[in-house]
Design a protein around this ligand. Structure first.
Ligand SMILES: Cc1cc2nc3c(=O)[nH]c(=O)nc-3n(C[C@H](O)[C@H](O)[C@H](O)COP(=O)(O)O)c2cc1C
Ligand SMILES: CCCCC(=O)C(=O)O
Length: 359
């Protein structure tokens, strides 16, 4: 069980079981899914004492979000399947909680409406656009233009999906696409697409580093790559001049045999050597998980399923509760570790549970 068991149980109660399985599930035997949370439980914090201060400063610098909290909303698809207000509710909640929203390309509300909802709550609230690079570069360019026009302040390119993961629950349930009455609204009116209807999102194994280079030429927005686990890929990303990396296994929904992102983060930190910000998602459920990730080299973390559970359980308020609780827990964890700012969380504070890390 984890920090958001209550929201999860409530969501499970109110959601259509097929939608619940889509949100909850992972790929294959769901080993990666389970390990993402369990890996945090295997790590412990070795706090420093007598060095805190009256006020803590939680702000971190991120591309397209110069004064951000280290907790962000990871991109998840299809929010209207969780709540009738869908991504509008999520956007308002993220803005109110002061967190960056990474809005999925597969959102059920168009990106301009998502950003407008966030900006109604807080004019400066950062919204980033998550993008699957499309084999037809004109389609990618049109999506980028849409995100720019909407007011997004960064692009997050998901690179762990050359093909779609094997979601066994969805296969059993016959869930292959959005039901009638819902659509991936960002996919309307794109080059080569149907006039009235949406274009399908393509996942293509032909997408390569070359496409990332082309994207850099298409936009002045910061570009982050999401779904990197191998240190050599982190190296390549830095060489290409990307603005950040999200260490992620897609919440255990793509390659089931992957290790938990928190296990590989120290290796990626070593490979990148502070050149660009590293973010992490997968299994973050407590403020102490945020503290562990920051201590191991992340600048910020993303949260996926807990946001969906909050949304299903109680709409905008439910998401806000989840984000604010994580923020408050993190603030408390930072204080208990003797820290005043995020940079005070250093690698020496993390040990393996059991034997205090070895002696
Ligand atoms: C229901 C669901 C839908 C997702 N949709 C997307 C998506 O559209 N694009 C993307 O890059 N990642 C997507 N992800 C992956 C998340 O961005 C993130 O990597 C993952 O959920 C983090 O793990 P957590 O759920 O344990 O916090 C999705 C995850 C879930 C659970
Ligand atoms: C085309 C929808 C992609 C959603 C996704 O990334 C996921 O379900 O993990």
């Amino acid at each position: 069980m984890n920090g958001f068991a209550e929201q999860h149980d409530r969501a499970k109660e109110v959601l259509d079981p097929v939608a619940y399985d889509y949100f909850a599930g992972g790929a294959g035997d769901e080993r990666a899914l389970a390990d993402n949370e369990n890996s945090f439980a295997r790590l412990a914090l070795l706090p420093r004492v007598l060095r805190g201060g009256a006020n803590r400063d939680l702000a971190v610098r991120l591309p397209g979000a110069p004064d951000a909290l280290p907790i962000m909303v990871a991109p998840t698809a299809f929010h209207r399947l969780a709540h009738p207000e869908g991504e509008l509710a999520t956007a308002r909640a993220a803005a109110a909680a002061g967190t960056v929203l990474i809005s999925s390309m597969a959102s059920t509300v168009a990106i301009d409406e998502v950003v407008a909802a966030a900006h109604q709550v807080r004019a400066e609230a950062p919204v980033w656009f998550q993008l699957y690079l499309q084999p037809d570069q004109q389609v990618t360019a049109a999506l980028v233009e849409r995100a720019e026009r909407a007011g997004c302040s960064a692009l997050v390119v998901t690179v762990d999906s050359p093909v779609f993961g094997r979601h066994e629950r969805d296969r059993r349930n016959g869930f292959h696409d959005l039901p009638d009455g819902y659509a991936a609204e960002n996919m309307r009116g794109l080059p080569g697409g149907p006039a009235e209807d949406t274009r399908d999102i393509e996942m293509s194994p032909e997408i390569s580093w070359r496409h990332v280079e082309s994207l850099r030429a298409m936009t002045r927005l910061p570009v982050l790559l999401k779904g990197i686990l191998h240190p050599d890929d982190a190296h390549l990303a830095v060489g290409l001049g990307v603005d950040g990396i999200i260490v992620s296994n897609h919440g255990g929904r793509q390659l089931d045999a992957t290790p938990a992102p928190i296990e590989v983060l120290p290796h990626i930190t070593n490979a990148v050597g502070g050149a660009i910000p590293l973010l992490l998602d997968g299994g973050v459920r407590r403020g102490t998980d945020v503290a562990v990730a920051l201590a191991l080299g992340a600048t910020a973390v993303g949260v996926g399923r807990p946001v969906v559970w909050g949304l299903a359980a109680d709409g905008e308020k439910g998401v806000r509760d989840v984000l604010e609780r994580l923020r408050d827990e993190f603030d408390q964890a930072l204080a208990l570790c003797g820290g005043r700012r995020c940079g005070d969380l250093t690698r020496d504070l993390v040990v393996r549970r059991g034997f205090g890390g070895g002696w």
